[in-house]
Design a protein around this ligand. Structure first.
Ligand code: QAP
Ligand code: CO
Length: 171
């Protein structure tokens, strides 16, 4: 397995719209394994293919503390949603930044699993937040885009400085 490089906001590639997965083949299964390893190593609870510069509709999520319940969503579609909840979100592409975002409380999602088999699931609470956050990545949207322009610009400036530091340290 391989740990992949995660794109950092405001990298313009994070705004790429992902294409549907045509076939769940070995290349996709390898990408799933590498994304899971990358997420677990971070550690994080969710990662979209967009964040590792692979622009296909694929998400991995694991909200368990034990990191032993991987959820793979391929070509996910939200078919029902209800209610509202506020949650303080973070993102592996925006390290060190946590802000409150309002999203649906309950969702129903249809997707393909890692075997290419269609399934349907209900989610609420943190899992519902995480699925919505990761599906936004597939549309090229980062959670900071829900914030006011003032907050977003402060985060952008902070991240550009942070990214320069990283670049300088690896020089
Ligand atoms: C998305 O985020 C999420 O800033 C997944 O320094 C987050 O895994 C959905 C992380 C919260 C719902 C609620 C963030 C790791 C991980 C950081 C993550 C950091 C290190 C974020
Ligand atoms: Co994210």
């Amino acid at each position: 397995m391989t740990t992949l490089t995660i794109l950092n906001y405001p990298d313009p590639r994070l705004h790429t719209v992902a294409k549907p997965v045509q076939e769940v083949n070995n290349a996709i299964r390898k990408l799933i394994d590498d994304m899971a390893e990358t997420m677990y190593a971070a550690p994080g609870i969710g990662l979209a293919a967009t964040q590792v510069n692979q622009h296909v509709q694929l998400i991995v999520i694991d909200i368990t503390k034990e990191q032993n319940d991987l959820l793979v969503l391929i070509n996910p579609v939200i078919v029902a949603k209800s209610g509202q909840q506020e949650y303080e979100e973070g993102c592996l592409s925006v390290p060190g930044i946590y802000e409150t975002v309002t999203r649906a409380e309950k969702i129903t999602v249809e997707a393909l699993d890692k075997h290419g088999k269609k399934f349907k699931m209900d989610a609420e609470g943190l899992l519902a937040v995480c699925i919505q956050h990761e599906m936004d990545h597939l549309l090229g949207k980062v959670f900071v885009e829900y914030l006011s322009p003032l907050k977003r610009n402060r985060i952008k400036t902070k991240m550009l400085k942070h990214n320069r530091e990283i670049a300088r340290n690896s020089y």
